[in-house]
Ligand binder design. Sequence first.
Ligand SMILES: C[S@@+](CC[C@H](N)C(=O)[O-])C[C@H]1O[C@@H](n2cnc3c(N)ncnc32)[C@H](O)[C@@H]1O
Length: 412
Amino acid sequence: MALLPLLHSLPTCKNPSPLRRPACAHISCSMEVERGVEFETAGSFFRRESAVGRDLGVLSAALHRRALGGEMRIFDAMCGCGVRSLRYLRQAGASFVWANDANEDSRGVIVSNLSRAGGAAPPGRERRKWVVSHSDANRVMAENYLQRVLFDMVDVDSFGSDSSFLRSAILSVKLGGLLYVTSTDGYTSGGHRPQQSLASYGAYIRHMPYSNEVGLRMLIGGALREATALGFHLLPLFSYYSYHGPVFRVMLRVLRGKLHDPCDYGFISYCNRCGHSQGFSWEQLGQMCCPCCSGEVSRSLVVSGPVWTGALHDANYVGEMLELAGEFGWTDLEKLLKRMLEESDPRLPFGYIKVDEIARRAKINSPPLGALMSSLQKEGYVASRSHISLNALKTDCPMATCIEIARKLQWR
Ligand SMILES: C[S@@+](CC[C@H](N)C(=O)[O-])C[C@H]1O[C@@H](n2cnc3c(N)ncnc32)[C@H](O)[C@@H]1O
C-alpha cells in the first residue's frame, strides 16, 4: 500500500493571517475558518461552497458517535486539504480518521491541518488519531477490507459520476455504519447522457423537470444495486442537493439483508403533454401510458429508471440532526433541515412541481407558493416545499388538479 510515513515535519506557512480567499483556491498558503475550525488550503482542492455538505456529514458522524457510545473510526476517501477529516476529529468526536487523497502534493497541508486536531499520538498505529495516505481510494478500501479493517463511517467525496468506489466503500463500512456518497454530474442526472447513467448507476436517465431530485435518486439507486449484489441493504438517512457544482450527496446506513420494499426501486415517468408524473414497477413495464392518453401508448411519456423511489430522508434521523445543529449553534442549517423534514413525509411521491410550470399550463400568472400549498392542503392533499428547488412544491396532487386549484386561486 502506498502509505507514506504518517507524521513528519510540518510545512512552514509564510503568511498565516486568517484571510478569506476565493473558493477552490490553488494558492501557495491560505487560511480558512469553517464553523470555528481553522485550516490551510494551500495547493490542494478546496471549495468553500461545499461547507454545508461537510456540516451535514459532521452532524451525522456526531450522532453516530453518540449512538456507538465508544470509539468511532472514519475513512475520508478523498480528503482534499483534510478539512473534513479535521472536522470529524474536532467536532464529531471521531477517535480515528484515515485521510486519503490521491494527490501526494497535498500531503504537507493535510498533515498540517490534522495536526490541529491536537492530542499528539503515541507511537503504535491503533493509538494514532489519524493517518494520511496518498493512494487510489479503491485500493486503500480494498486493502483494508482484505485485512478485515472496517470503518464506522466512510465518506467518498468523488467527482462526476464515478461510481467505481461504491462496492469497496460499501464493503468498508461496519454493519449499521454510515456511507456518505457523492455525484457531481448534473449533465448525466439531467438526462443528457443516458448511456453514462446506465454505465455508472444502472439507470437510464432521461430529462425530467425535476432532474436534480432524479440525480439523488439515481445515486441512491446505484448504491443500492451494488449493495444488494453484496448481500447488503442501504437505508437513506438524508439526501442533499447543492446547485454549486452541482453536488448530490447521500448519507446511507449499511444494513445486512435485501431491500425491504421492492416498490422503492423502480421506474418513474413524466408526461410532456400534461405534466403528470407516475411510478411504474418492473411488472408494469410494457403497460405504461399516461391517463391523458386514454390508455393509448403515448410518445409524450418520458421514462427513467430504475431509481430509488422511496423517501429521500428518514424523518426521525433528520429530526435528530436538526436538534444537534441547534445544540452546536449552527442555526443557519435550520431552514434546510426543516425543509428536509417536510420532504420526508412518506405520502409524498418522487419529484417536485415548479409553480411556473403549473402557471404556464394553467395559462395564469404564477400564484404565490405558500397560497398554493395551503389550497392543496385544504383540498386534502399533502404538500411540502423542496430543498432542491426554491419555487417548487412536492405533492401527491396530480398535475391536472394542481392546475384547477391554481386557477381557482387566481379568481379569488
Ligand atoms: C471533491 S475533492 C475532495 C474535497 C474534500 N473532501 C473537501 O471536503 O474539501 C476530490 C479529491 O479527490 C482526490 N482524488 C481524485 N481521484 C481520487 C482517487 N481515485 N483516489 C483518491 N483520491 C482521489 C482529488 O485529488 C481531490 O482532492
